[in-house]
Design a protein around this ligand. Structure first.
Ligand code: AMP
Length: 398
């Protein structure tokens, strides 16, 4: 079965075509377009190229198209990308302005151009459907909650992949299989030995998720991807009183405050140097105190959230690092795990230094009771796998 993964940025369109079987995935083709103002011509050109290169016979000979949708109002999961998905995306277009309108337009374009091809939406919030109400709710009045303001969580595709891969790495096939079937069959009952994982997705956008027996129990991001850890240029967690106070004192509007908090904050705002972790590390090494502060605030926030999940799960078996910073920044990984030997977490410095540049590996010492691992992210592959399960396994069940 071939699955096309469509990655719709607000000004870009990227795609990958996979051949999916029960045994695994192979990449058939990939490509993309930058500075896009309309998706329709890009989709047309992509289909032409896929036919010309012989990957598909006719333009609509795709088996499925997968979309990594971000946030839907009153809708989550891995679902057919039909009208209810479009309504859900439009219902929260103000909350995810860079993502929701782009995906709604892209889905409509595929609907018109290839009406016979199955379209599947995998919401980034999907992995958090089973987080309990105590962790998912903000302490706000009922009419705010009725608007759908709650902790949603994001990076669901990435963290779910980590849930499955960590279980495989510690030879817990019962948990890995539970994760594989999660969006098709739900979590069901679990009576095995507990497996407690903390997943750190650290990149341009970052989050930490606690995963118990393959299911997320909480995550650092909340209502929007604006919260949790300091992001590249987004603020992360902030006391709500800071916004009206800053508006009054700086004489700015709420919209201006939003722009500052979504574009000029986070690592960029704190460091004053860059939104890129490599530049910040370099500036800190050269003695820039603000750059050092940005790095330290990121490390502190990762430890804050990881500590919370350690407590909630009553301990820990595996901690995992993924995405650009998590896969490459050896120093940051060591800083996150420093001084935790009494909790059973001990990094092997040589192993840590050796795993970077897209490699997978264990970086904990032999006598660390918690396994510390690095697992490369591959978002398109994750989406293709979920779409394949949704279509193939879902059809087999119905
Ligand atoms: P991502 O969003 O997963 O592509 O990650 C982007 C982030 O990863 C940027 O902040 C980069 O600075 C960071 N990154 C990429 N390579 C490295 C590296 N070798 N060392 C530290 N950070 C890195």
């Amino acid at each position: 079965m071939n699955v096309l993964v469509a990655n719709l940025g607000s000004t870009s369109f990227k795609y990958r075509l996979f051949d999916m079987t029960e045994a695994g995935a192979s990449l058939l083709a990939s490509g993309g377009f930058e500075r896009v103002s309309e998706y329709s011509p890009c989709i047309e050109k992509m289909l032409e190229d896929l036919v010309a290169e012989g990957h598909i016979g006719l333009a609509d000979e795709l088996d499925a198209v997968g979309f990594k949708t971000v946030l839907g109002k009153d809708l989550s999961g891995c679902v057919d990308a039909d009208d209810q998905v479009l309504t859900a995306l439009e219902g929260f277009k103000e909350v995810a302005p860079a993502h929701n309108p782009a995906y709604a337009e892209g889905i409509r374009c595929f609907q018109q151009r290839c009406p016979g091809v199955r379209r599947v939406a995998l919401f980034e919030t999907a992995f958090y459907q089973w987080v309990d109400a105590a962790a998912a709710n903000y302490a706000i009045p009922a009419d705010w909650r009725a608007l759908g303001i709650r902790r949603n969580g994001f990076h669901g595709a990435s963290h779910k992949f980590i849930a499955e891969r960590t279980a495989e790495l510690v030879e817990r096939n019962d948990v890995a299989e539970r994760v594989r079937q999660l969006y098709v069959q739900g979590p069901g009952e679990f009576s095995g030995v507990p497996l407690r994982v903390i997943s750190c997705h650290l990149g341009g956008s970052s989050s930490v998720t606690g995963i118990l027996n393959g299911i997320a129990i909480g995550t650092s991001m909340g209502f929007s991807p604006q919260s949790g850890l300091p992001q590249n240029n987004r603020v992360g967690d902030l006391d709500s009183m800071a916004i009206p106070y800053a508006c009054k004192m700086l004489g700015i509007t709420v919209e201006e405050a939003e722009t500052q908090l979504t574009q000029y904050s986070g690592l960029l705002g704190l460091s004053g140097v860059s939104n890129d972790a490599r530049d910040i590390r370099e500036a800190a090494a050269a003695g820039n105190a603000d750059a050092q502060l940005a790095n330290d605030a990121m490390v502190d926030s990762i430890r804050h959230w990881a500590g919370s999940f350690f407590f909630k799960m009553g301990g820990l078996d595996v901690i995992s690092f993924t995405a650009g910073i998590g896969e490459n920044d050896v120093t940051l990984r060591a800083e996150v795990c420093a001084g935790l030997q009494d909790l059973g977490i001990l990094i092997d410095p040589d192993a840590n230094a050796a795993i970077r540049g897209g490699k997978e590996g264990v970086i904990s010492a032999a006598d660390s009771t918690v396994k510390v691992v690095v697992i490369p992210a591959n978002e398109e592959l994750v989406i293709a796998r979920e779409v394949f399960r949704h279509v193939a396994v879902g059809d087999a069940l119905s």
